[in-house]
Design a protein around this ligand. Structure first.
Ligand code: TYC
Ligand code: MN
Length: 287
């Protein structure tokens, strides 16, 4: 892991002050706080990721639908403890800077993301790691933890679901038309994708989710939950209007080694809106 040379002394003023006021010796090296950005080939796709920190505990951050490291995890890349953790935030294939390929939604798209995510971390030589998955990224993380239990240290999910109900379908269809999204939601996404890719891809996502509702019990990954072995922390925003609370409750009931925490003022984006509180909860759980 790269180390940065400590900055040269501040110069005359500090030398003068140092002769008067004792200050502790400065270490020769200090840790970089910068975030690096790179691409690496995994399963035939050139996956983009951001990386920061130099701790022994590796964490993968998994964004939501159409999400990427920079759009979804700014406060986590900035503020999670860099001496304890090495933080990787990936852009799943077809999202963020991991284009091409263009995104598609075959029936196994979450499994494909889960394999890509795990293979990315293996390629980067993080043998065993924890995962923080938001929303669709939470679904991916649940699948990865259920299918590759020996590789996953700890798991945190929020805004995730393991099946699709009629109520969920109504919620998806209500936001299907991206031209009707609020400026605040649409603008950052359009800047990355352009309006056409955003509209087409999000529509295909809704279609993909609708397919799950035809499975028994609307299954996405319910069958994998009993195979999750790692300590799991399920967070939920009481005011999340996109994900009804029966989803986190079901996860809590099905994942044996899980605990759940509800943030009363939290909405779907609780890790951005209440970043400090969220990061603290995460660090306490991972330590
Ligand atoms: N799962 C989406 C995500 O990954 C969020 C979402 C949930 C969107 C429900 C619409 O009705 C919806 N961010
Ligand atoms: Mn990115």
């Amino acid at each position: 892991m790269a180390l940065c040379r400590a900055r040269p002394s501040l110069g005359r003023l500090s030398r003068i002050l140092n002769t008067v006021v004792w200050s502790p010796p400065k270490p020769f090296v200090s840790y970089c706080s910068s975030v690096t950005s790179a691409k690496i080939e995994v399963n035939g796709a050139h996956l983009h990721y951001r990386l920061t920190g130099q701790g022994n505990h590796a964490i993968l951050l998994l964004p939501g639908v159409m999400g990427s490291g920079e759009t979804d995890f700014g406060p986590q890349l900035k503020s999670l403890n860099k001496e304890l953790f090495t933080v990787v935030a990936w852009d799943p294939r077809g999202y963020g800077h991991s284009i091409p390929p263009n995104r598609d939604y075959p029936p196994d798209f979450f499994e494909r993301d889960a394999k890509d995510a795990v293979d990315l971390m293996q390629t980067l030589k993080f043998k065993r790691f924890s995962m923080l998955g938001w929303s669709d990224g939470g679904v991916t993380a649940l699948i990865a933890a259920g299918k590759y239990p020996t590789l996953i240290h700890k798991l945190i999910v929020w805004g995730a679901n393991s099946y699709v109900t009629e109520e969920d379908l109504k919620l998806y269809n209500a936001v299907r038309d991206t031209s009707k999204w609020s400026e605040k939601m649409r603008k950052p996404m359009e800047d990355i994708y352009g309006s056409e890719y955003l509209a087409k891809t999000f529509d295909a996502w809704v279609e993909g989710m609708a397919h799950f509702s035809k499975n028994p019990y609307g299954n996405i990954c319910r069958h994998l939950l009993p195979f999750i072995e790692c300590p799991t922390f399920i967070l939920h925003g009481q005011k999340d209007s996109l994900v009804p609370s029966f989803h986190p409750e079901f996860l809590h009931q099905q994942i044996k080694n899980s605990k759940m925490h509800v943030m009363p003022e939290g909405k779907h984006n609780l890790h951005l809106r209440f970043a400090e509180e969220f990061n603290q909860l995460v660090e306490d759980f991972l330590k």
